[in-house]
Design a protein around this ligand. Structure first.
Ligand code: CA
Length: 415
């Protein structure tokens, strides 16, 4: 089996879009967080309780003590909101343009450059040992937890036991629940520290318990493999070790945005790899104008078409996908790494969407709706459910046909 950290994509997007905010001072005893939505607080469910009772026997047979089980399950329970999020992942299968607008907007790049600078020494030390470049590690940190500021606050024992009980990927989540209990039993973390995303990913770089048990490192030598505290160095090292164990090659760039030669009609996609010199011979150049760096065997990605931003990606891009198997995620990490390293925005334009609106048009539409009292949410240019609802409400109030579709006419009407 592949060494994937998750069997699903965009867990972070789900977490950040659902408004999860980092917990800073966790209580000593796990208890429902009053700021979480009600579906993320334990609800009565006799079938789940029966499953937990049977699971506890299986855990004891695997060496988990009664004391660990009692401590770990105290205050935990069935979280219907976790199942909801698990089932609604298609909502997050977004276009690359929308995805980048969510995970790597300019204001996040600005914030991230400061966070990157503050961790430069730690990242350089980790890079020296594992060979994974500092900008890639910082980019993963940025995408996974907004540079440590949004680490998630959903109790991991509740989340993994709910998903193990629900059963769609029951074995995967039961294995993670078991590894979470081992974390408690060995004293790596207190039960109340085990909080994270809806799918049990924890800490600065959002590691699931399985990945923690396989790769966690005590890099600063304080005796704990600590991915939970405010200091991210163990999390950086753990993620670097994960990528190194997966097969990361030191010094190999992840890839870059490229200029596709006019009339190109050759292969696109990760299954069609060619040597860097073959791409050069075919007329490919860096989007910034220079020649191509050596990427070894590389593949051409153009998720929105060859006339939109296109990328050549290396073997190391595939290693990023082991962390989260979504090409948008891999491109998001690569793009953020480039921005953190001082690079500029993408050179190619995504152009207008199918409604004829550019990203800036969509942001202007959202701001205008909100200004008129129809809350369109964060003006990020991503037309989600909230913006659609605001358009519908505005259309209804204006006596227009109510279709919830953004358009240039609507933007002009809103002024
Ligand atoms: Ca440590």
């Amino acid at each position: 089996m592949q060494l994937t950290r998750r069997h699903f994509g965009l867990g972070l997007a789900a977490a950040s879009l659902s408004g999860c905010v980092a917990g800073t001072t966790a209580p000593r005893v796990a208890r429902p967080d009053p700021t979480l939505d009600p579906g993320l607080r334990p609800q009565p469910n006799p079938a789940y309780d029966a499953w937990v009772a049977a699971f506890r026997e299986r855990a004891k047979a695997r060496g988990i003590t009664e004391a660990t089980l009692t401590a770990a399950f105290r205050g935990q329970g069935f979280l219907p909101g976790v199942i909801e999020r698990d089932r609604n992942q298609t909502e997050f299968k977004r276009s690359l343009e929308d995805y980048l607008a969510i995970v790597a907007p300019d204001e996040k790049v600005v914030f991230g450059r400061r966070a990157y600078a503050a961790q430069k020494r730690a990242l350089a030390q980790v890079e020296a040992r594992y060979g994974v470049s500092a900008d890639i590690l910082a980019a993963i940190w940025g995408l996974e937890s907004y540079f440590g500021t949004k680490r998630g606050k959903i109790p991991v024992i509740s989340a993994t036991s709910t998903l193990a009980w629900e059963g769609r990927r029951g074995r995967f989540f039961e294995a993670n629940l078991m590894d979470a209990l081992r974390i408690v039993q060995t004293g790596d973390a207190r039960p109340d520290q085990l909080v994270g995303s809806w799918a049990g990913a924890m800490g600065h770089t959002q590691l699931i318990p399985n990945a923690y048990q396989q790769h966690a490192v005590d890099f600063d030598g304080d005796g704990k493999r600590d991915i939970w505290s405010d200091d991210p160095i163990d999390a950086f090292a753990t993620t670097a070790r994960f990528l190194s164990n997966a097969g990361w090659r030191r010094g190999l760039p992840w890839g870059l945005e490229v200029r596709v030669p006019d009339g190109y009609s050759g292969p696109v996609g990760r299954s069609a790899r060619r040597s860097t010199s073959a791409w050069r011979d075919a007329g490919f150049r860096a989007a910034t104008g220079g020649g191509l760096p050596d990427l070894g065997n590389a593949a051409l990605l153009a998720p929105m078409g060859l006339d939109k931003p296109a990328f050549l990606v290396s073997h190391n891009f595939d290693m990023i996908l082991r962390y989260n198997p979504s090409e948008n995620y891999g491109l998001g990490v690569g793009y953020m790494a480039q921005r953190l390293g001082g690079g500029g925005p993408l050179r190619a334009d995504f152009g207008p969407d199918r409604h004829g609106l550019t990203l800036e048009d969509r942001k202007a539409l959202q701001r205008a709706l909100t200004r008129r009292g129809f809350d369109a949410g964060t003006p990020d240019g991503v037309i989600g459910k909230k913006t659609e609802a605001a358009i519908r409400a505005y259309q209804a109030a204006q006596g227009l046909p109510v279709d919830g579709i953004p358009s240039r006419a609507l933007l002009q009407r809103l002024g």
